[in-house]
Design a protein around this ligand. Sequence first.
Ligand SMILES: NC(=O)c1ccc[n+]([C@@H]2O[C@H](COP(=O)([O-])OP(=O)(O)OC[C@H]3O[C@@H](n4cnc5c(N)ncnc54)[C@H](OP(=O)(O)O)[C@@H]3O)[C@@H](O)[C@H]2O)c1
Length: 337
Amino acid sequence: MQINDKSGVKNYLANEARYNEMTYNRTGQSGVLLPAMSIGLWHNFGFVDAIQNGRDILRTAFDLGITHFDLANNYGPPYGSAEENFGTIFKKDFKPYRDELFIATKAGYDMWPGPYGNLGSRKYLIASLDQSLKRMGLDYVDVFYHHRPDPDTPLEETMGALADIVRQGKALYVGVSNYNSEDTKKAAKLLKELKVPFILHQARYSMFDRWVEDGLLDTLENNGVGCIAFSPLAQGMLTDKYLNGIPKGSRAAKDLTYLNKETVSNNIGKVQKLNVLAEDRGQKLSQMAIAWILRQPQVASVLVGASSSNQLKENVKALDYLDFSTEELKLINGIIS
Ligand SMILES: NC(=O)c1ccc[n+]([C@@H]2O[C@H](COP(=O)([O-])OP(=O)(O)OC[C@H]3O[C@@H](n4cnc5c(N)ncnc54)[C@H](OP(=O)(O)O)[C@@H]3O)[C@@H](O)[C@H]2O)c1
């Protein structure tokens, strides 16, 4: 039965068929299965955004079998607001489904003023996760990441903090993000000694950014750690949205640091060629870009963002056709290299 809540939105009952279509991949050599596609809350979930749209995206995700939601302390804007909005949505819609969800958060970027609100100290990580749990209304997260390497804090201290967080029951597993291959090896060694389950490395990976192929994926495989690939659509560039200019309201129109009009215009020639190839495969460009990442056996999940539930519905169809011929891979290499 569905009952209207005070906002006029129907109470949420998850789709009974939610596990019928999604593929679940083992992450590294752990016991954890992740959906081949996960949803991130970096954009579109802050106080500056319409919470009802975010709620719709998360409901759609879960109904599609997307059990993994990815957050960080600083997602918003303002910082912390994506976690707070998620907490509101979680309380209304997802509380009964907590054990069906795999929820991540992170700390590593600047979060609060002064010397203890940034980077990789034990002081910062433990305080930050406590704040995140409060904002989200959770007792624990499924995975807690160190968000970026900190060259000035001993790795022993950062990994020791992750270990204690697990021992305190505040996270079940740990991960790192944006670590290079060498630092990942060192982190894996330390976490193994500490007997802490290091299951995920979150790395930017798309047709426009292939750095993980240069050693990191091998390191992950050798250490039994899974890769979760973020910004697989290069923030929207690897879709058909910029083919005819920059639409109002799109991420590039907002001219943010990581994606702006200039980046789009520098890459549009490649995007046009890739789009033709995708059409020849009978796929949308977004779907081909996602399938291309999932060809790597080390990638457990592709972590997408979406500004509408329709985008998510389009993207998830990538999973219907993941195969590439040698010829197609050669053509793609030719375009993107
Ligand atoms: N660990 C890290 O350092 C780090 C860094 C970045 C991201 N992440 C994680 O990765 C997640 C995903 O990152 P991302 O948002 O950059 O990923 P992305 O999937 O590459 O880009 C998502 C954006 O592309 C556009 N889009 C998506 N599907 C589309 C479609 N079918 N058609 C047209 N446009 C489409 C939307 O932008 P419009 O607004 O233009 O519609 C959407 O917000 C984040 O939410 C976060 O959880 C982690």
